[in-house]
Design a protein around this ligand. Structure first.
Ligand SMILES: Nc1ncnc2c1ncn2[C@@H]1O[C@H](COP(=O)(O)OP(=O)(O)OP(=O)(O)O)[C@@H](O)[C@H]1O
Ligand SMILES: O=C(O)c1ccc[n+]([C@@H]2O[C@H](COP(=O)([O-])O)[C@@H](O)[C@H]2O)c1
Length: 218
């Protein structure tokens, strides 16, 4: 049984969700997406994987990986089925899902992997590094997201399935802008993340670093 199995197929192997994201900061849209996919696909756990240097966000500043990692740990701590992995933040260079899945597969050779992605991310998936290799490494689950059309046109049949989840019009961009303007982010992000943002003065011009991959700069 390959990892790009049909989601309905029960192999007896652990079913592990992989929720990749920059999580700058993590918000309830991410958590609801992971929870809904876990319930619908019978996942045993979901591993949240904060990106190191997200390849599609090189034109913007991104908060340091350690802050994003710790906010993700805080946000997921109360759910016994949610885990957080450092594979992407500990790997040098730009973050690519082909590397994420390779590393997680090596750590969990017994598991079937389900990569969870929102409508905006799945729309670009054919432009991801080694896209054609991805379908054999995990099954992809695309969830709806307000403001984005959920389309899987052009993706090989059966590689991606879609799931309608409760629509939460929350984005990390909006959370950052609100924090920067001194507006509340209560109930958009978990309480502990609100407190973490305030404690470290995030999104007020501090703690951001360039997201350029200096190793690739000329
Ligand atoms: N409100 C949401 N509902 C469903 N999926 C979401 C939502 N927000 C983000 N996602 C998905 O979660 C994954 C990680 O998203 P990411 O960390 O980039 O958050 P974001 O809110 O899109 O951030 P930003 O606004 O900074 O671009 C992506 O697959 C994205 O599509
Ligand atoms: O592999 C790629 O080329 C690739 C390009 C863009 C995004 N991704 C992955 O998609 C997930 C969401 O990314 P982002 O930038 O929307 O936070 C995250 O796990 C990224 O590593 C992956």
């Amino acid at each position: 049984m390959g990892r790009g199995m049909s989601p309905a197929e029960r192999t007896g192997r652990p079913r592990v969700g992989v929720m990749g994201g920059t999580f700058d900061p993590i918000h309830h849209g991410h958590l609801v997406a992971a929870s809904e996919v876990a319930a619908s696909y019978g996942l045993d756990e979901v591993v949240f994987v904060p990106t190191g240097k997200p390849s599609f966000k090189q034109d913007r500043k991104v908060t340091s990986a350690e802050h994003r990692y710790l906010m993700t740990v805080i946000a997921t701590a109360s759910n016994p089925r949610f885990m957080v992995s450092r594979v992407d933040i500990d790997r040098p260079g730009l973050t690519y899902t082909v590397d994420t899945l390779r590393d997680l597969s090596a750590q969990r050779p017994d598991a079937d992997l389900f990569f969870i992605t929102g409508a905006d991310a799945v729309a670009q998936i054919l432009a991801w590094k080694d896209a054609s290799a991805l379908w054999g490494m995990a099954h992809f689950v695309a969830v709806n997201r307000p403001g984005h059309n959920l389309s899987i046109d052009g993706i090989p049949e059966g590689a991606v399935t879609t799931l309608e989840v409760p629509a939460l019009a929350i984005s990390s961009t909006d959370c950052r802008r609100r924090a920067e303007a001194g507006k509340p982010v209560w109930y958009l992000v978990p309480d502990g993340v609100v407190q973490y943002i305030a404690k470290h003065g995030l999104y007020r011009g501090q703690s951001v670093e360039s997201n350029r991959d200096e190793a690739h700069d000329e």
